[in-house]
Design a protein around this ligand. Structure first.
Ligand code: ADP
Ligand code: ASP
Ligand code: MG
Length: 600
């Protein structure tokens, strides 16, 4: 007998009729002979309404009480759904997060799951009941109610599927699958048949609101196949599965995403010495502020500049922390901008193809969009643009990669039920099937660092004075692509006034063997004295799952390198790794320092 976990989002349980329809879905699976666990979100917009209410009472509601309040939204839905199922003659029982034993840490409003007890769920399932669990909530070890962060019901569902070794987790929502980008913003976005965990992790954390990114961390760690589908349509949706199962030969870019609520912080005039970056980010990490798009570029005249983005909601809090930290490090100034948006393209195929960056930059140039910042990883390229241009930029990029067109040779032919079956056998993650508390120590959502790596095959090119206007990055990377050179890390940071014109610093890494050719091509394009090259750099990487959402990883890496007296010249990061560039001479020492810091 298979166990299936289903999750219904807010819109899918927004009315009594929709709750009855959800009940029907659960009963269908039950009648097929499966054991069914259903996770539900709060009805419609009730979480937003509760937050509003709290803010009418006080502008800064205390986090513990906010969690107490918000958890009531899901409690309403579970009771109603259990009633609806029972009224159709099937036994069912509802539970809150604490009743089912979802134990979290104590970070109110963004708590992480430590462990989940399976006893109560199992005995209810064995009694033939459909088990209904409130999403998004848990309890800490002092019995305080906690919540997992907005959109967290997805994470509850996938975590339950993991501990109970479910054959699949069905996510029922208001869209019929995962699209190449948000179909509300780009009408000709196309539904994907499959997407890999890594791609979905990036998409989710780069703004694709269809899945809570932490739920994908669970899915990847514990091998849970996820089926995202429409709550009121019978059609097959999108399977989120491992790389092999998801492989679409030839597709370089899988999707594009827009994160609209970003804010940028730039710290200028930082003394260029080891430990500075660590000093800047330490406290942000301690306060669990998720920092994204960290960009540090090559220092100029002994001073470095670090730019990063945070959630717009975290800006004020972050600025008060960063202002202090920057002053302590001797920085010249801290600037911020809340009118920015991040546009990204994601695809596992990027690892082996070049020319993706130039295609993206040319599309943006043709749409008249100025790129404020660039950062890349192995499977994504992100740019920061003015928020007013965000949607146009997303559309331009989506069109440039022809994401609306079904690639002819890539149609997914297998029958979805078969996928589920093959994946059942694969679902042998590191989860115990015993009735015991699963993952008691260490916590289920703890960071997993799988490896650290040193790559000494790269050179770094730095363009010192790139005019800050549309089309510049496109020109540069066209010249590089036309020379047949593959680009790895790209970092472009914020502009700076040089004379009367604004300029940016653009750095990127390429294979060392191509350095001379690249310098020639760029000198021809930009004139003499505009290109600096370091023919041998060391690229140090830390790899794992949950790198971005676990705010301490970057700081741990920076701390280890600082302690080894190693200066960082470039940083970029993704969901699954952080890369830093440093001079070649420090590669080995850096690698050892990282191995020690991460117990590898
Ligand atoms: P739920 O309440 O069911 O959790 P959400 O609103 O959280 O639903 O997520 C579904 C929404 O996510 C869709 O209506 C869609 O607008 C948005 N979305 C953003 N990016 C994507 C994408 N790449 N594919 C599908 N939907 C997306
Ligand atoms: N109700 C919560 C929210 O609106 C959790 C969820 O829907 O996933 O964020
Ligand atoms: Mg959601």
């Amino acid at each position: 007998m298979a166990i299936v976990v289903q999750k219904f989002g807010g819109t899918s349980v927004a009315t009594a009729t929709k709750i009855q329809a959800a009940a029907r879905r659960a009963i269908d699976q039950h009648e097929r002979g499966h054991q069914v666990i259903v996770v539900v979100s709060a009805m419609g917009h009730s979480t937003d309404e509760l937050i509003d209410l709290a803010k009418q009472v006080t502008p800064r509601p205390p986090a513990r009480e906010l969690d107490m309040l918000l958890s009531t939204g899901e409690q309403v839905s579970v009771a109603l759904l259990a009633m609806a199922i029972q009224s159709q003659g099937v036994p069912s029982i509802s539970f809150t997060g604490s009743q089912i034993g979802i134990v979290t840490d104590s970070f109110h409003t963004k708590a992480r799951i430590r462990n989940i007890s399976t006893d109560r769920m199992k005995s209810a399932l064995d009694d033939g009941k459909i088990v209904i669990v409130a999403g998004f909530q848990g309890v800490d070890e002092n019995y305080n109610i906690t919540t997992l962060g907005r959109g967290g019901s997805d994470t509850t569902a996938v975590a339950l599927a993991a501990v109970i070794c479910a054959s699949a987790c069905e996510i029922f929502t208001d869209v019929d699958g995962v699209y190449t980008t948000d179909p509300r913003l780009v009408p000709d976005a196309r539904k994907l048949d499959t997407i890999s965990y890594d791609e979905m992790l990036e998409m989710a954390s780069l703004g694709a609101g269809v899945m809570h990114s932490r739920s994908i961390e669970f899915a990847k760690k514990y091998h849970v196949p996820i089926h995202v589908r429409h709550a009121s349509r019978p059609d097959v949706g999108t399977w989120i599965v491992d790389e092999l199962a998801a492989r679409r030969m030839g597709a370089v870019v899988t999707g594009a995403a827009l994160a609209k609520e970003e804010a940028r912080i730039t710290v200028r005039g930082l003394p260029d010495r080891p430990g500075v970056v660590h000093g800047l980010f330490r406290e942000l990490a301690e306060r669990h502020v998720v920092v994204d798009m960290i960009v540090q570029n090559v220092a100029k005249d002994g001073f470095a500049e670090v730019t990063f983005t945070v959630d717009e909601d975290d800006l004020e809090n972050s600025l008060s922390i960063v202002n202090k930290a920057a002053a302590a490090q001797g920085a010249a100034s801290v600037q911020s901008d809340r009118e920015v948006a991040k546009v990204s393209v994601v695809g596992s195929g990027m690892k082996t193809h070049y020319g993706v960056a130039v295609r993206m930059f040319e599309a943006l140039a043709a749409a008249g969009v100025n790129i404020q910042m660039i950062t890349t990883s192995e499977i994504k390229i992100s740019v920061l643009v003015a928020r007013s241009q965000g949607v146009d930029a997303l559309r331009a990029v989506h069109a440039a990669f022809e994401l609306e067109v079904v690639p002819a040779d890539l149609r997914f032919s297998e029958d979805p039920p078969e996928i589920a079956v093959t994946l059942v056998q694969k679902n042998q993650g590191p989860v115990s099937t015993e009735n015991a508390i699963v993952g008691s120590a260490p916590g289920m959502e703890d960071l997993v660092i799988s490896d650290v790596e040193l790559d000494r095959s790269q050179a770094r090119i730095t363009l010192l004075n790139v005019p800050d206007k549309p089309g510049q990055a496109a020109l540069v990377f066209r010249a590089i692509a036309d020379s047949g050179i593959n680009v790895d890390m790209i970092v472009q940071d914020m502009s700076e006034e040089v004379g009367r014109e604004a300029h940016t610093l653009l750095s990127f890494s390429i294979p060392s063997r191509d350095a001379i050719q690249a310098v020639e091509a760029l000198t021809q394009l930009l004139g003499p004295n505009s290109v600096a090259v370091d023919p041998n750099i060391a690229k140090l990487s830390v790899m794992g799952v949950g790198i971005r959402s676990h705010t301490g990883v970057a700081t741990r890496m920076f701390a280890a390198l600082a302690a080894a007296n190693i200066n960082i010249s470039m940083i970029n990061s993704s969901e699954v790794r952080i890369n830093v560039a440093t001079d070649a001479a420090h590669g080995e020492i850096g690698l050892e320092a990282l191995k020690k810091a991460f117990d590898i």
